[in-house]
Design a protein around this ligand. Structure first.
Ligand SMILES: [Zn+2]
Length: 319
């Protein structure tokens, strides 16, 4: 299997959000990648500039970080050609590695824009080297910059950051330092191409939590009435854990709950409601074993949310 460590640079509307194309808010302008074998040795590199089709000038804030001139981009190839060459270069059997969780999604959004998403069927599994570096460094969920990671690991800085190939090379160097048994235990799933039907729903079991991605629903209310979504199984034994705190709304898109497994103790549930580009909704649920202290924190959080709502309701009554 090839390990494909890739990085994208993208541009956005130079005239600000008002002139942004909602189907392509971030237009990919460069793809850089390193191919590694399973021993994590570099076997090839890939670098292409993309000739922009949507935004005709580089946004100032992008220009400040990436040091690419628009005239360089005009020498590039159209995105569909670059994406096709990139996927061919990846080979038949590969796994994606990226710094952070945005690149896999933006690659798909750009492919969708050009009607070529069927070349990369979802959900796309990948490994988030930034997250894995955090694990190894014992500082999850904090996300560090790539430059920070290279400093911590004493990696020599030969090229400027924020060019696609250089960042892919640095990410590959960070990957060299990671414990592969941890890497394999924590694949990430990108659900830009979210499950549509029941049989496409995703169930993932990690060493410390379970994750579930539901099918699509026409509205948010239906989601919280679905039995599979609201079920709370212990991530350790996968038996139903008894609900001690009903699902409560943390903010408009997040619900939390507390349950108890006789054998493995407290289970925290979290449901995040996600909105699709096509105005549909789906849920991502995580279930995690927690200790008594965390359980108490959750109880207090619900209590203070309840009080805040009460105060709000009373003050509205008096207006
Ligand atoms: Zn259990």
């Amino acid at each position: 299997m090839n390990y494909i460590v890739f990085d994208l640079e993208w541009n956005q509307s130079p005239g600000g959000k008002k002139y942004s194309n909602s189907r392509l808010p971030f237009e990919i302008i460069e793809i850089g990648a390193v191919k590694l074998n399973e021993q994590r040795q570099k076997t090839d590199v890939f670098q292409r500039l993309v000739k922009p089709q949507v935004y005709n000038w580089i946004h100032d804030s992008i220009h400040e970080v990436i040091h690419v001139d628009y005239k360089d981009l005009e020498e590039g190839d159209p995105f569909p050609q670059v994406a096709r060459e990139f996927l061919e270069w990846c080979g038949e059997d590969f796994a994606f590695f990226t710094w952070g969780n945005q690149d896999v999604m933006e690659l798909q959004r750009n492919m969708k824009y050009y009607g070529m998403l069927s070349m990369l069927p979802g959900p796309v599994m990948y490994y988030d080297v930034q997250k894995l570096f955090g694990f190894q460094n014992g500082e999850v969920p904090q996300r560090r910059s790539l430059e920070y990671a290279t400093d911590v690991l004493g990696i020599k800085k030969e090229d400027d950051f924020h060019r696609a190939l250089a960042d892919a090379v640095y990410t590959a160097r960070v990957l060299e330092y990671l414990d592969m048994s941890v890497v394999r235990d924590y694949p990430s799933v990108d659900v830009y191409q979210n499950p549509q039907k029941k049989k496409e729903e995703i169930f993932l079991s990690y060493p410390d939590h379970d994750e579930y991605v539901s099918r699509e629903f026409p509205n948010k209310e239906k989601i919280m009435r679905d039995r599979e979504i609201t079920s709370t199984k212990c991530p350790h034994c996968h038996l139903p854990a008894k609900r001690k705190l009903r699902w409560f709304q943390n903010n408009s898109r997040v619900y939390e709950s507390l349950s108890f497994c006789q054998k493995h103790g407290w289970v925290k549930g979290k449901i995040r409601i996600r909105h699709t580009d096509e105005d549909g909704y789906y849920a991502v649920k995580t279930l995690k074993n927690i200790d008594e202290i965390k359980a108490e924190e959750l109880r207090q959080k619900r209590e203070s949310l309840r009080q805040k709502r009460q105060i709000k309701r009373q003050s509205e009554k008096h207006i």
